[in-house]
Design a protein around this ligand. Sequence first.
Ligand SMILES: [Ca+2]
Ligand SMILES: [Ca+2]
Ligand SMILES: [Ca+2]
Length: 149
Amino acid sequence: MQLLANSFFQFDTDGSGAIGSEELKEAILSIGLQASDLEIDNLIKEVDEDGNGEIDFAEFCHCMKKSQSLAKSSNEEIIRQCFKIFDQDGNGMITENEFKYVAKEIGGFSDDLAEHVFHELDISSNGHLSADQFAAIVDDYLLSDHLRY
Ligand SMILES: [Ca+2]
Ligand SMILES: [Ca+2]
Ligand SMILES: [Ca+2]
C-alpha cells in the first residue's frame, strides 16, 4: 500500500490528488515506456471509474490490484502450460524420465545435468514432481528472477 501511495504521488506531479492525462503520459515516459495520446486516453477511460477524466487514488489502487491479479493469473497459466509440456503422459505428475526427456529434448540439457536438476527439484525424493511442487518451483523461479532484475 505504501508503495502504491508513493507511485501515485510521484505521478501526481502537480499535487492535485488525481492523475490527469498529461501526468499519466509523463509517468509512462518516466518508466521508459511509450504511449500515444490515444493510448493514454484509453488507459484513463479504463481506470477512471467516475468518469471525471482523472485518476484519483482509489481508482489508481483498483487498477493496480487488477493488474496484479492479472499478472498472477498469467503466471498460473504459464505454470500450467509448462507442466503440460513436462507431463508427457498427462497423468498429473512429472516423473524423472519425463523430466529428463523434456529437459534434454527441449532444454538441451545433458544427461547428467537433467538428472542433477531433477533431484534438486524433487525435494520429497519420491521420484516424481506433483503439479503443486512444480508450481512452487516455477513460482520461486519467476519470483527470484523478478527480484534479480
Ligand atoms: Ca494532478
Ligand atoms: Ca476519476
Ligand atoms: Ca506423467
